[in-house]
Ligand binder design. Structure first.
Ligand code: GRE
Ligand code: ZN
Length: 257
């Protein structure tokens, strides 16, 4: 199975055929978040340390065949507070998106799917790297940002300007100058929180999920750039989202009343 998995339903390797924890797990992601049945939790302040800065570092963009992923040097950006147990450092961020504006996000809110979703993957600093943290129960804290199509997002151009160089599988772009990651986040402190998993194989149940309750906007031209990206020589990468998984009695928390 390895990295032969994909998002194509009738291929024999699509989400319904993913194996291991993806199939047997009981805390899988994504989910459809029911906002009215979510439990209010008065979280302490959420701290996205250094997200608002532009350190003198570079990012590397990669088309890994499943997503467009931006690798971030670890121990530069940190995520803590907001009810998280421990300190987490950003390892990468990546995107999931659809072929039309009415699908593409992984999380849904009250049954509504968004055009895309960005995941900031942060790993617990008690582990040496993202790979070793990924299968630990306290390993990951992922920030999910829902995306809808509307106005042009200037910050998004920091990555969108490179999409044309990431069209082909395994292509990379080095030396993407750092920028304020905070500018890619919605202008809200409101979020949902639940315990879940990686949304890609091996689907480890190691993620404290934060999904911000407000989407960000990107323009239709910016979305079009993303939709040019290919998963292999014949198929577009669009619709690289896993369908919503069963809640199985989990509590979804909401940070505000
Ligand atoms: C994801 O696809 O959402 C993901 C990763 C790696 C770690 C965590 C995670 O690709 O949620
Ligand atoms: Zn993801």
């Amino acid at each position: 199975f390895g990295s032969s998995w994909n998002y194509i339903a009738n291929s024999g390797s699509g989400p319904a055929n993913w194996t291991g924890v993806c199939a047997s797990g009981t805390k899988q992601s994504p989910i459809d978040i029911n906002s009215t049945s979510a439990t209010y939790n008065p979280y302490s302040a959420f701290n996205l340390q250094y997200f608002g800065t532009t350190p003198a570092i570079n990012f590397t963009g990669t088309n890994n065949g499943h997503s467009v992923e931006i690798a971030v040097p670890s121990n530069v950006y940190f995520v803590n507070g907001g009810g998280l147990t421990g300190n987490f450092t950003t390892g990468q961020f990546h995107l999931h998106w659809g072929s039309s504006d009415s699908k593409g996000s992984e999380h849904l809110v009250d049954g509504e799917q968004y055009a895309a979703e960005m995941h900031f993957v942060n790993f617990n600093v008690k582990y040496p790297n993202l790979t070793s943290a990924a299968d630990k129960s306290d390993g990951l804290a992922v920030l999910g940002v829902l995306i809808k199509v509307g106005t042009t997002n200037a910050a998004f151009n920091n990555i969108a300007n490179h999409f044309s160089k990431l069209v082909n599988k395994s292509s990379t772009v080095d030396g993407i100058a750092s920028f304020s990651l905070a500018a890619l986040l919605p202008n809200t402190t409101k979020f949902y929180r639940y315990s879940g998993s990686l949304t890609t194989p091996g689907c480890y149940e190691s993620v404290a999920w934060t999904v911000f309750s407000e989407p960000i906007q990107v323009s239709s031209a910016q979305m079009a750039g993303l939709r040019q990206v290919m998963m292999n020589s014949t198929n577009s990468m669009e619709n690289n989202f896993r369908p919503a998984q069963k809640l199985n009695g989990r509590t979804v928390y909401i940070s505000y009343k």
